[in-house]
Design a binder for this molecule. Structure first.
Ligand code: MD6
Ligand code: FE
Length: 207
């Protein structure tokens, strides 16, 4: 079950804010197009397409595995900046003094899902991972630090924010299914999830 440090903030973004965020995501995707990552070792494609914003982006492929890097793996360009609205959400809900360094953007089309996983490629585990959902409703599950720990399921809707921090920072979680056509926010349908992460520790304080 979801432990301490798990937060679901329903409708954290108003419909107007959601539309503004969609525009910002479209601008990011114009500079850094969605691409299909592949699994480490097997090279099996993910069912979601991904892109990133921020100084670092999370990528995965057969040879290099899961990692953060400053450039898009297909275009070789630096990732665009994280949209301001997301930085504000981080300040409001993350409880962490430094800004996020990575914003991973997942795009789910019909039939896409996300297997149960831990987010553990970040050096800085004191910072939470904060996610924002846009578009179609999805069934999200969250359990404990062990894959077999009991899981809780909930439907995430457009504008909902999830925070995995503290005891829940390394909780297993994933997306079981997306309900096609449940939202008309995205012109082409589907679901977008944005996750904000701090990758490196805060710089040491000198005061
Ligand atoms: C998704 N979310 O909602 C997948 N990770 O599409 C995640 O993998 C996730 O929602 C870390 C923290 C919150 C999340
Ligand atoms: Fe995750």
């Amino acid at each position: 079950m979801a432990g301490e440090g798990f937060q679901l903030i329903r409708r954290a973004l108003s419909p107007g804010e959601q539309r503004r965020l969609v525009k910002a995501v479209e601008a990011v995707a114009k500079a850094a197009p969605f691409y299909t990552p592949t699994m480490p070792r097997t090279g099996k494609p993910f069912s979601v397409r991904m892109t990133n914003a921020g100084p670092l982006g999370w990528v995965s492929d057969k040879v290099g595995g899961y990692r953060y890097q400053p450039t898009h793996p297909v275009t070789g360009e630096a990732w665009p900046a994280i949209p301001k609205m997301l930085l504000q959400l981080w300040r409001a809900h993350a409880g962490y003094p430094e800004p996020p360094e990575a914003c991973l953007i997942n795009h789910y089309e019909t039939g896409a899902r996300m297997g149960s996983h831990q987010d553990r490629d970040e050096q800085e585990l004191a910072a939470p991972v904060l996610s924002v959902s846009l578009g179609d409703d999805a069934v999200f599950h969250v359990g404990g630090r062990k894959r077999d720990d009991p899981k809780e399921r909930m439907t995430l809707q457009s504008g909902d924010v999830v925070v995995l921090g503290k005891e829940s920072r390394l909780a297993y979680h994933g997306i079981d299914r997306v309900f096609a056509g449940s939202s008309d926010l995205l012109a082409d349908g589907g679901r977008i999830n944005l996750t904000l992460r701090r990758v490196t520790p805060s710089p040491a304080r000198t005061d």
